[in-house]
Structures are given as structure tokens and as C-alpha cells.
Design a protein around this ligand. Structure first.
Ligand code: 4NP
Length: 151
């Protein structure tokens, strides 16, 4: 199972999602690839936001060596599932889709835990630190639901 987590900057939400799911793949003996990308390029080449690194660390994960990159059309070929964090990410990824198969790979990630509700993972970039704990909890829940589904 090859999974790509996508947000806007690839420095706050999707790196955390990548770190959480990667660890759960290992723990549950699921083979595959977990990666992340941003729809925008402005943080490409950077490590995750220090607040994301910190919240990951508090939950026993090291995401400090991840490097941000922009989503590209080739990602539709490389991944089975493309999980987006909010509606804006969804629109931006879908704009690059070439066909129905591409479109079908793209899903709002929180629909794993809260089916059909189309809830966003709130962008924590401009908020305080508690935004990041909230993001962690939501992502962790969605990762658990996804793992359960594919096992
Ligand atoms: P992310 O958060 O999409 O979760 O990585 C953001 C990071 C950077 C910006 C916005 C959101 N920004 O505007 O620079």
C-alpha cells in the first residue's frame, strides 16, 4: 500500500500524518510506502515546522529529517491513495488529475475516521501550539481507522 499525505505547505499537517502512519505500518507489519507533499512549493526543501517536530516528539515520533516537496502529477502514478487534509488541498490536487483513476485516489483524510463528513484537518500554521496537538489527535484517529480498514 503506497500512501501520500498532502497539505498546503508540507511542513505542518502532512509531515505529521506521514510520521504517524509510517510508525503504524511498522507496528502492524504492513508493507508499503508513506510519503507526503504540499500543493504549494513555498516551503520545498525545508524540514517540518518546529511545532510539528515538537508535537511528534512528544508522541514518540521523529519527523525532523523529513524534507518538504511539492505535489506533482507523477504522484498519481506512484501512489495508491492520496489523502488530502482539506477542501483546498482537494481542489488543487484534483486540478492536476488526468483521468478518473487519478481522481479516485484522492480523498479527504478525516473521512477515514468520520465517514462522509468531509471534515478538514485545520491548518495550524497561524495558530498557537494547541492547534498542533489537535491536529495530532485527528491524524492519529484517521490513521487508526485507515489501518483497520486495510488489515
Ligand atoms: P501545512 O501548513 O499546509 O499544514 O504545511 C501551512 C504551512 C505554511 C503555510 C500555510 C500552511 N504558509 O502559508 O506558508
Amino acid at each position: 500500500m503506497k500512501v501520500l499525505m498532502v497539505c498546503l505547505g508540507n511542513i505542518c499537517r502532512s509531515p505529521l500524518a506521514e510520521g504517524i502512519l509510517k510508525e503504524k505500518f511498522v507496528k502492524n507489519n504492513i508493507s508499503g510506502i508513506v510519503d507526503s507533499a504540499g500543493t504549494a512549493a513555498y516551503h520545498a526543501g525545508e524540514n517540518p515546522d518546529p511545532r510539528s517536530i515538537d508535537i511528534a516528539k512528544r508522541h514518540g515520533l521523529d519527523i525532523s529529517r523529513q524534507i518538504a516537496r511539492q505535489f506533482t502529477v507523477e504522484d498519481f502514478d506512484k501512489f495508491d491513495k492520496i489523502f488530502v487534509m482539506d477542501e483546498a488541498n482537494y481542489e488543487n490536487v484534483i486540478k492536476l488529475a488526468r483521468n478518473k483513476d487519478d481522481i479516485q485516489k484522492v480523498e479527504l483524510f478525516l473521512n477515514q475516521a468520520f465517514p462522509k463528513q468531509n471534515l478538514p484537518v485545520p491548518d495550524p500554521y497561524y495558530g498557537g501550539n494547541d492547534g498542533f496537538e489537535n491536529v495530532y489527535q485527528l491524524l492519529n484517529k484517521a490513521c487508526d481507522a485507515f489501518i483497520e480498514k486495510i488489515q
